[in-house]
Design a binder for this molecule. Structure first.
Ligand SMILES: Nc1nc2c(ncn2[C@@H]2O[C@H](COP(=O)(O)OP(=O)(O)OP(=O)(O)O)[C@@H](O)[C@H]2O)c(=O)[nH]1
Ligand SMILES: [Mg+2]
Length: 370
């Protein structure tokens, strides 16, 4: 049965659109016939929702924190959709079930819609259609769309392109988190959350992070570092305040504006400043440069993406679609020192996988620097 754009408007008051919404999501998620038409019809209604990315190591408490935020946002009269990316095998479904349980408290509320997506091995860690699922929720009238992903490796690549406000959740004692921050998550985080504030190690983690957060010297200033206890709700109202404030300051609909303008994510000066910082820290660094384009390539020749040995990155060689693949290859270049040329185009199977714009083709030169 056809789903029309007007079937999934929460604001029109014509009864519960939940089943229509669920069907629209399935259509879009699986890129079934009619998905493109529906998305086109919904496009003008997008751009109102605040997209909040929540990343962090497995077990940091992301889902529990989102559950607590749901309660706080409901008290503030918001409608909230949650997209939880399941990092595990779609076959076991274990993580999906766990997320339903941890966020289940508000799952029955009319104003909350929780959807789990499988990452399906997609490069970049997000399902190819995550952005479209976000578009559907935005157009349907949700005020906030939360996207939860595990922030290891490349998954934050796509979240950065998608979210208006990026939360990085750390838990004291998980060790890697502070390392990850040092490795460059700093550039992508808008708010750091130290969760499990009931742990004796928490205040130390806050201090560590504040020191690191203070190192960011661009116009955005230091990243706020907040302490929460997701299980009790402590610190969650303050976190919600910061998320609101970030929307007022930086706006919403970033993914739509970026797609429309092809705006660069960092100037060359910012990029090479980060490269110098990485090299001063003794890290291996690779530079990717767009050397040739054909058709509708999202970035012009000369665009750069710099990557460190841990996969932290700054800059862009695409609209976010091929970065995952380039970052993976860059780490090999750092390891073996061999420069190489990568090519992505719509006729390649790989390009299809990563969703390069139709008709576009781009050649990227990768070299180790330093
Ligand atoms: N003591 C304490 N435990 C917490 C807190 N927040 C979450 N937990 C517990 O930590 C465990 C992991 O929480 P989740 O919310 O599933 O963590 P997650 O980051 O979503 O995990 P993945 O989705 O698997 O990556 C659960 O047992 C939670 O009950 C907290 O503030 N304090
Ligand atoms: Mg989770």
């Amino acid at each position: 049965m056809m789903i029309r754009a007007e079937d999934i408007d929460l604001a029109d008051g014509s009864g519960a659109p939940r089943s229509a919404l669920a069907r629209a999501l399935t259509l879009v998620e699986n890129a079934r016939a009619g998905a493109a038409e529906l998305l086109a019809a919904l496009a003008p209604r997008r751009g109102r929702a605040q997209v909040v990315g929540v990343t962090g190591a497995p077990g940091a408490g992301k889902s529990t924190l989102i559950n607590a935020l749901l309660g706080e946002w409901l008290r503030r009269g918001r409608r909230i959709a949650v997209v939880a990316i399941d990092p595990s095998s779609p076959i076991t479904g274990g993580a999906l079930l766990g997320d339903r349980l941890r966020m289940g408290e508000h799952g029955g509320d009319e104003r909350v819609f929780i959807r789990s997506l499988s990452s399906r091995g997609h490069l970049g860690g997000l399902s190819r259609t995550t952005g479209e699922v976000v578009d559907v929720f935005d157009a349907a009238g949700f005020d906030v769309v939360v996207v939860e992903t595990v922030g290891v490796g490349q998954s934050e690549v796509d979240v950065r392109a998608l979210a208006d406000t990026n939360l990085v959740v750390c838990a004291p004692g998980l060790g890697d988190d502070v390392q990850a921050v040092k490795a460059g998550i700093l550039e992508t985080a808008d708010i750091f959350v130290v969760n499990k504030g009931d742990s004796p190690l928490a205040s130390r983690a806050v201090l560590d992070l504040q020191q690191n957060a203070g190192l960011r010297h661009d116009e955005r200033g230091p990243v706020p570092v907040l302490l929460t206890v997701a299980t009790s709700g402590e610190g969650v109202a303050e976190l919600a305040d910061h998320i609101d404030a970030h929307a007022r300051l930086s706006g919403v609909g970033r993914r739509i504006r970026a797609a429309a303008s092809g705006a660069a994510v960092a100037t060359d000066a910012e990029l090479f400043q980060q490269v110098r910082r990485w090299r001063a820290e003794g890290k291996g660094v690779a530079l990717a440069t767009v050397v040739r384009t054909w058709g509708s390539s999202p970035r012009p020749e000369g665009s750069h993406l710099a990557i460190d040995e841990h996969g932290a990155f700054v800059g862009s060689v695409s609209g976010g679609c091929i970065e995952g693949a380039v970052i993976g290859e860059a780490q090999s270049v750092i390891a073996d020192g061999q420069p190489r040329v990568l090519e992505f185009g719509v006729s390649d199977e790989q390009a299809w996988e990563v969703g390069l714009a139709c008709g576009g083709r781009v050649q990227v030169f990768l070299e180790r620097i330093g």
